[in-house]
Design a protein around this ligand. Structure first.
Ligand code: COI
Length: 359
């Protein structure tokens, strides 16, 4: 499919890298295409970034039929712009699409459209350490209709946002609130899809956690309120007796690409890395006995976020010495080096962001 390109007549100046935070600034252009059952995905275009004109009855506004992805473009020391496993993001977008009755996109085409967009916006890729260009592909249901059913029409779009750290305190241990009453997702629900509703479901408890002086919520399973699922909008890892442990994907947990990368990286570097059910009681006991040495969250936006303390019922559970752990720091450094192209890419995860050649 041909991509029509219309450039802005009033380009903005990209911000100074030192002014960047997360998700509040957008580049000059965006990619769009529309879906209609008669013609499929069509009208692929890159246009100046602007507001959508939508009807108040548009289905996504009422029933949340919406999916998205998050990935980043990184500026390497050699001035190349790199993407980290972008094919995985478009593959996951299609898995979310199937779960939400949204028509799938052509993954290869979406990646080449993203590359054309980044080519136009390359001046917006920040260079300072820890900064990147956050990429947000999304699909929304666009039928103007109030009956509950899958929409017939959709819009796919990609917007770009230069970002610094996700958490304003940077790489500091988080204090985590363990949610015992409210849940994010249940097996068989939509927890493993990257869809708006999962994030809406997290807001009440996150606000409550903040009122208790905590930074994020640790979610437990929706049936027994016993097994650890995710932390905030990240996957969770524990270091127990030197072994890296993360909850097994059970249908209610987002299959994070950073999660998968860390598991593979750790295993290929000779570490024991396991996916299994892990109960909150085990976490508390092993923290007490000193066997739980470290914990951290992983995600594209936040990368790796150390966890220093859990607040569970009325107990404060300190992890390790409450500070950033050795392995957390090591894995964070190694992941960043891979993403910024500073080490040999043993897994072939890093691809150029501006070449149109499909890999
Ligand atoms: C990401 O890590 O990219 C996410 O999707 C988290 C986001 C909701 C900020």
């Amino acid at each position: 499919m041909e991509i029509t390109i219309t450039k802005t007549k009033s380009p903005k100046n990209p911000p100074a890298d030192s002014d960047l935070s997360f998700g509040n600034l957008f580049t000059d252009h965006m990619f769009l295409m529309d879906y209609d059952p008669k013609v499929g995905w069509h009208n692929a275009r890159i246009e100046p970034y602007s507001a959508f004109h939508i009807d108040p009855s548009t289905m996504v506004l009422h029933y949340g039929q919406s999916i998205f992805e998050g990935l980043k473009a990184y500026q390497s020391d050699e001035s190349d712009i790199l993407l980290f496993r972008p094919q995985e993001n478009f593959r996951r977008l299609n898995r979310s699409a199937r779960r939400l009755c949204i028509p799938e996109i052509d993954e290869g085409f979406a990646l080449s459209a993203l590359r054309q967009l980044i080519e136009i916006e390359k001046a917006w890729v920040p260079k300072a350490p820890g900064t990147s260009l956050y990429i947000r592909p999304a699909v929304i249901a666009t039928d103007p209709y109030l009956g509950v059913k899958a929409s017939e029409t959709y819009r796919f779009f990609i917007i770009l946002s230069p970002v610094g750290a996700y958490y304003k305190n940077g790489f500091k241990p988080l204090k985590i609130w363990v949610s015992k009453d409210r849940v994010r997702a249940v097996r068989g629900g939509i927890g493993e899809a990257k869809t708006a509703g999962n994030y809406a479901a997290s807001l009440f408890e996150s606000t409550f956690a903040a009122e208790q002086g905590c930074d994020q919520v640790l979610w437990l399973d929706g049936i027994e309120h016993k097994y650890v699922q995710e932390v905030g909008s990240m996957n969770i890892f524990f270091v127990i007796d030197g072994e890296l442990v993360t909850p097994a994907l059970d249908g209610s947990i987002l299959p994070g690409i950073t999660r998968d990368s860390l598991l593979k990286h750790a295993k290929s570097n000779g570490m024991n890395a396991v996916e299994r059910a892990i109960s909150i009681e085990e976490v508390v006991e092993k923290a007490k006995s000193g066997q739980l040495q470290e914990a951290f969250g992983t995600g594209t936006a936040a990368i790796i976020s150390p966890v220093g303390q859990l607040q569970y019922k009325d107990k404060e559970v300190v992890i390790g010495d409450g500070d950033v752990g050795f392995l957390t720091t090591k894995l964070y450094d190694e992941l960043l080096k891979m993403q910024y192209g500073r080490v040999e890419d043993a897994h072939n995860w890093v691809v150029p962001a501006v070449s149109t050649a499909l890999l």
